[in-house]
Design a protein around this ligand. Sequence first.
Ligand SMILES: Nc1ncnc2c1ncn2[C@@H]1O[C@H](COP(=O)(O)OP(=O)(O)OP(=O)(O)O)[C@@H](O)[C@H]1O
Ligand SMILES: [Mg+2]
Length: 237
Amino acid sequence: MNFSVNDLHVSYGGITALSGVSCEVQEGEVVCLLGANGAGKSTLLKSISGLVKPKSGTITFDNTDITNNPPYKIVSMGITHSPEGRKVFATLSVEENLVMGSYVLKKYDHEQLEFVYNIFPRLKERRGQMAGTLSGGEQQMLAIGRALMSKPKLLLLDEPSLGLSPLVSKELFALIKMLNSEYKLSILIVEQNAGAALKLSHRGYVLDVGKIVMSGSSKELLASPTLKESYLGKAHH
Ligand SMILES: Nc1ncnc2c1ncn2[C@@H]1O[C@H](COP(=O)(O)OP(=O)(O)OP(=O)(O)O)[C@@H](O)[C@H]1O
Ligand SMILES: [Mg+2]
């Protein structure tokens, strides 16, 4: 797996959301993307997964230029996006949601379903329950489980801990870390909870009004006085 974004510019009508963003994720890395509300974090993930069309710049995955490829093509190549706000199909069952996640594989993959149930036994217990009736933490597990159904090499996570209690967030972060260390999944994670995100990441970027203003190893970022002042000192939830 290799992945990089080079000089990406995105605007919505006249509003500029990203102006010249470059970043990369190397094989086996967890990389976090930090930044205040409106900085452009979700826009970057949406551009990568083909949901938003960039004005200029390139996105490269496995030595292929994937800029402007349609979302299904990007998923089938191995990048899956677990969106902000989870977006599970509320009126479908847990299992139906998971099966929807494997649509690009062309055939229903029973082994992958068992793999996901193995990681999230809670989802297996609740396989017949309507997704809209799951707790917030369970819905987040479902969103990640559904993303895993297409067998990604790179997983994009947009604020997985949003709205979850500190305890459930902690469990979720441990699980994300395990997906990386045990299954060698490369991960790009957006988080408002900068401290927790840096603890599970190898490297990080800080986005501010559409530009990367800081980057480095998680250790460096955790020690940075600027970052401490703007992102690490406050509770964001
Ligand atoms: N569909 C859209 N149409 C117009 N403007 C948009 C659209 N989506 C996002 N924006 C604007 O682009 C900027 C970046 O938004 P984005 O959602 O990427 O931020 P974010 O960093 O994910 O913020 P948050 O932490 O609040 O989720 C914001 O100013 C937002 O209002
Ligand atoms: Mg966002």
